[in-house]
Design a protein around this ligand. Structure first.
Ligand SMILES: Nc1ncnc2c1ncn2[C@@H]1O[C@H](COP(=O)(O)OP(=O)(O)OP(=O)(O)O)[C@@H](O)[C@H]1O
Ligand SMILES: [Mg+2]
Length: 406
């Protein structure tokens, strides 16, 4: 019989030994930027070179400077981390040379319009509440502000293809509107398909440099994972053989995120089972739970009703034999979920907006037109990339944080 007092259980759960070093778990988060980025030296150099003129302006920077560069390459090859790493170091360098430089990172999946990107920047950095201002007004405020401070801005726009085309044009045509004197530079990141299909023809004339990222080789993957494992785990927790295993798993998809998430989940698994070493079995189990194509970090930032909507569809598709569902059906499910959580449901128009957001960010499969029936053309909904059960599990984790679901 287990006669531990609840308080001891809590104490145990909080402080019992872990395979992770203190603070190690967070080093495997998506947003963590490691101190070293092996095999990306050349990219770091090239990104930096594009910003040399910043450091050549007369001290105090009375002149404008602006450039746009693009990074493209498949999933999990270090585009995001390399850009953030480089820009953050350029920022430190600027401080050293007394050049006033602002930097910001926006994932366009979570900040989905030019207006919201500008607004949040103005609010967070300058304390300007620009709600109600038009795009042009916001841009104008920003440019004036930078001019008066003789400051520069480097803005990373990750997953830029998610922005409406009009907004992308708005960003890259700043020089025409505001003269070549302005001080805003852009680093635009996108996957190759999006780059080729939508962006390249639209923006290429305005892009000073396009950097192609390629997947790491197996050896490189192993080296990097070894470094990341060292940051995260106590030395006894992970053997060389286990590291080989993770490197091979990651190499199969050519997506480093696969390896990093496998490390993370297997570490969590070991802790839950109170083991102080990660076993091959745990890696195998963790591997099956990792869907590198799914953007867990994006899920985390979805608004509550969007999560409800995704859950509604996933639950419906979780039934045996059902591969697609309808808007009507999902809307019904959405209302049930709202009821379960005591939240007032929004109307069908709002619901359709959530659907199109989920479609844009790739969680929902293309809302294809179904056959024409008595009720007119009916859209059919499917989900992409991951099994419904996995999607349900992930969403419920986020919802339980927000709602203390039982
Ligand atoms: N050279 C490296 N050294 C250490 N960690 C790395 C390196 N390259 C990538 N990573 C890590 O691998 C993971 C995937 O990298 P990142 O998120 O930058 O990929 P991405 O190319 O932006 O992928 P996506 O197109 O899916 O957004 C991150 O956790 C990142 O920290
Ligand atoms: Mg990325």
């Amino acid at each position: 019989m287990n006669d531990k007092k609840p308080v001891d259980i809590i104490q145990d759960a909080l402080f019992s030994s872990s395979v992770f070093k203190e603070g190690g778990e967070t080093t495997l988060n998506q947003s963590y930027i490691p101190e070293n980025l092996k095999y990306r030296e050349e990219k770091i150099r090239r990104i930096s070179q594009n910003f040399r003129p910043l450091f050549l302006t007369k001290s105090g920077g009375s002149e404008g400077f602006s450039t746009n560069i693009a990074l493209t390459g498949p999933a999990g090859v270090g585009k995001t981390v390399t850009s953030r790493y480089t820009v953050s170091n350029i920022q430190s360098m600027a401080e050293k040379y007394h050049i006033k430089l602002y930097t910001d990172y926006k994932n366009c999946w979570t900040t989905r319009t030019k207006t919201s990107i500008l607004r949040s920047f103005l609010r967070d950095r300058f304390g300007v509440a620009s709600r109600g201002f038009s795009d042009e007004e916001s841009t104008d405020i920003l440019i004036r502000r930078l001019n008066s401070e003789q400051a520069y801005l480097i803005l990373i726009l990750d997953e830029v293809s998610v922005l409406p085309q009009r907004d992308i044009r708005g960003f890259i045509h700043l020089p025409e509107e505001f003269g070549s004197e302005h001080r805003i530079s852009l680093i635009m990141i996108s996957r190759p398909t999006e780059w080729k299909v939508t962006l390249s023809s639209m923006v290429s004339q305005r892009i000073a440099d396009v950097l192609q990222f390629h997947p790491y080789t197996l050896e490189e993957t192993r080296e990097i994972l070894s470094y990341r494992a060292n940051l995260a785990f106590k030395s006894a927790a992970l053997s060389e053989e286990i590291l080989d295993m993770v490197a091979e798993i990651s190499d199969q998809t050519k997506n480093l995120r696969h390896g990093i998430e496998t490390l993370y989940r297997s570490g969590r698994g070991a802790d839950q089972r109170r083991l102080d070493e990660i076993s091959p079995e745990m890696i195998r189990r963790a591997k099956n739970d990792v869907f590198p194509e799914m953007r867990a970090d994006i899920l985390e930032e979805l608004k509550t009703h969007e999560l409800f909507t995704a859950l509604a569809i996933a639950r419906r598709l979780h039934h045996k034999g059902i591969t697609a569902t309808t808007i009507e059906h999902s809307f019904k499910n959405y209302r049930i979920i709202c009821e379960e959580l005591n939240v007032r449901p929004n109307g069908e128009a709002a619901f359709r907006n959530y659907l199109s957001t989920l479609e844009t960010i790739g969680i929902l499969g293309k809302v294809t037109k179904g056959v024409k029936g008595r009720k007119g053309v009916r859209a059919r909904l499917t989900i992409h990339d991951v099994p419904a059960a996995v999607l349900i599990e992930r969403i419920e984790v986020f919802l339980s944080e927000r709602f203390q679901m039982t």
